[in-house]
Design a protein around this ligand. Structure first.
Ligand code: PEP
Length: 264
C-alpha cells in the first residue's frame, strides 16, 4: 500500500489543518522532549508559534533507556497538554507507547507519534490503524528502510493511510553524534513511497550545537519538515540529557528560515 508504484497512500498529510508533504512548504514542529512543568511548556509553545512553528511536540509517555529516568507524566498530563495547545493555537504531536492509551491520546493530539523503539510494536501500529489521526512514525534505531516502510504498511493496512515518516538518525560505530544522520534513507524513501517524510535533528545530533547542521542537511536530502526540541528554560528540565540537546529558542526562527532557503 505504501509503495510509490501503486499510488494508494496520500502524498500529503494534514496536521491540524497544515499540509505536510512534497508539494507544500516545510512543516515545522518544536517543543520539549517531555512535557514537564505546564507553565514553561505553555511559554515554549507560544515561542514555537512565534518562530514560525506549525505544531507543538511534547511527550507524556517517554521511552527512556533507563527505568530510573523521568518516564513522563502519562495520562495525567493530557488535560494540560490540551490546554497548552488551545492557548498557543498549535496542534499537538505527542507519543503513545501502549495500545490502551491510543484512544485517549488521539482525543488530544492532532498527530500521534510512535517512538523509534516502538516502531516494531505491531499491536500498537495496528491500533493506530484504527484512529482518524495522522501517525508520525519514527524510524527504528537499527531498522533498515524496508523494515520502516513495513511498519508504515501495518498502520495503513489497518485502515489509516495518514502516515508521516520521521527519520532521526541510526546507530553507528561513530559516536561523534548521538546517532548518525540517515540522509541516504531520506533519499531512498523519496524514491520508494509518496508518504511525507520529516526529520528529527535533535535526537539524531544529541547536542544543540550540531542540530542546525543536521537539520539543514536533512532538508537538502529532501525532508518535508523538521521536528526540533526546544524549551524556554532548558536548565530547569528534570532530565539533564534533554537540556543539552534543546535548540536555543531565540534561534529557532532563524533555523526555520534557513531551512526554507535551503529547500528553495
Ligand atoms: C522523542 O521524539 O521524544 C523520541 C524519544 O524520539 P525517538 O523515539 O526517535 O528516540
Amino acid at each position: 500500500l505504501v509503495d510509490r508504484e501503486h499510488r494508494i497512500v496520500p502524498d500529503t498529510v494534514r496536521v491540524g489543518g497544515v499540509s505536510v508533504g512534497r508539494g507544500h512548504p516545510l512543516w515545522f514542529a518544536g517543543g520539549p522532549c517531555a512535557l514537564e512543568e505546564t507553565d514553561a511548556a505553555g511559554r515554549t509553545a507560544t515561542a514555537v508559534r512565534e518562530a514560525g512553528g506549525h505544531a507543538l511536540r511534547g511527550g507524556l509517555f517517554k521511552p527512556r533507556s533507563s527505568p530510573y529516568h523521568f518516564l513522563g507524566r502519562g495520562r495525567s498530563g493530557l488535560a494540560d497538554l490540551e490546554k497548552i495547545g488551545h492557548a498557543s493555537g498549535l496542534p499537538i504531536v505527542t507519543e503513545v507507547m501502549d495500545p490502551r492509551d491510543v484512544e485517549a491520546v488521539a482525543e488530544v493530539a492532532s498527530c500521534v507519534q510512535v517512538d523509534a523503539r516502538n516502531m516494531h510494536n505491531r499491536v500498537l501500529l495496528a491500533e493506530l490503524g484504527r484512529i482518524g489521526r495522522p501517525v508520525l512514525l519514527m524510524r527504528g534505531l537499527r531498522a533498515g528502510v524496508p523494515e520502516w516502510l513495513r511498519a508504515a504498511e501495518f498502520v495503513v493496512a489497518h485502515g489509516n493511510p495518514e502516515v508521516i515518516l520521521c527519520a532521526r538518525g541510526v546507530v553507528s560505530f561513530d559516536d561523534t553524534l548521538a546517532f548518525q544522520p540517515d540522509l541516504g534513507a531520506l533519499l531512498a524513501v523519496r524514491r520508494l513511497t509518496d508518504l511525507p517524510v520529516v526529520f528529527d535533528p535533535s535526537h539524531c545530533a544529541g547536542r544543540a550545537d550540531a542540530v542546525g547542521t543536521v537539520a539543514l542537511s536533512a532538508v537538502l536530502a529532501g525532508a518535508d519538515g523538521l521536528m526540533v526540541e526546544t524549551h524556554v528554560d532548558p536548565g530547569s528540565l528534570y532530565r539533564p540529557g534533554d537540556a543539552h540537546q534543546m535548540y536555543p529558542i531565540d534561534r529557532l526562527a532563524a533555523l526555520f528560515e534557513a531551512a526554507n532557503v535551503v529547500r528553495d
